[in-house]
Ligand binder design. Structure first.
Ligand code: ZN
Length: 199
């Protein structure tokens, strides 16, 4: 890379691969790091390593966690009778940001997709069924994305959960078709949760 030392070029290239960071931003970050105090950079490097090393999936809900059971599942203040099913840990963050959900979650870690060859066995679906069978679960809220795959996943889950005599609901409309939960504003998401409908 013209004008850059070998290490600078390598870091710029590595940073450019990150989501939302183009070549220009990567260059600015590298200049910033070189001017920053050494201990700040060391701490950043340590955090990058630790987040990867120490983050695991919660045994119960499959959200990212520092412990084998995440802080939401282990919170006695959360309503364990209400499970909100989402595709991805990012969706948990989106729903938590609304501030008015008191139940727990179940992260599928994906969505059903015939094209990508993702069947029910590839997702955390068997575990969800177990949770519903074993726990005192009153309601399962299907909060998959309003995409074709999300809808297919929700339909499939409705079909397998309904015979378990649990109330199955779906986020209300208002989240536009094709838009992702993680990019939906908090007020809209809160309304969709509030006005959920029977699946
Ligand atoms: Zn959990």
């Amino acid at each position: 890379m013209k004008g850059y030392s070998e290490w600078m070029s390598r870091l710029i290239q590595a940073l450019s691969k990150l989501p939302g960071i183009g070549r220009r931003s990567a260059e600015r970050i590298v200049f910033h790091l070189l001017k920053a105090p050494g201990d700040e950079v060391t701490e950043l490097a340590r955090l990058l390593q630790m987040v990867k090393e120490k983050t695991l999936f919660c045994q119960i809900c499959h959200n990212f966690s520092d412990e084998s059971v995440c802080h939401i599942c282990s919170d006695p203040g959360r309503d364990k009778g209400m499970i909100c099913v989402v595709e991805d840990p990012k969706d948990v963050v989106a729903i938590e940001k609304t501030g008015n959900y008191v139940g727990v979650y179940h992260v599928l870690l994906g969505f059903l997709s015939a094209i990508e060859g993702v069947g029910p066995e590839e997702l955390q679906i068997a575990d969800l069924v177990e949770r519903v069978k074993n726990g005192n679960v009153r309601e399962v809220i299907l909060a998959t994305n309003p995409s074709t795959e999300g809808e297919t996943t929700a339909l499939y889950l409705t079909r397998i959960l309904k015979p378990l005599k649990v109330k199955v609901t779906r986020l209300a409309h208002g989240i536009s078709v094709g838009s992702m939960l993680e990019y939906t504003d908090q007020a809209t998401l809160a309304r969709a949760l509030e006005g959920r409908v029977s699946a």
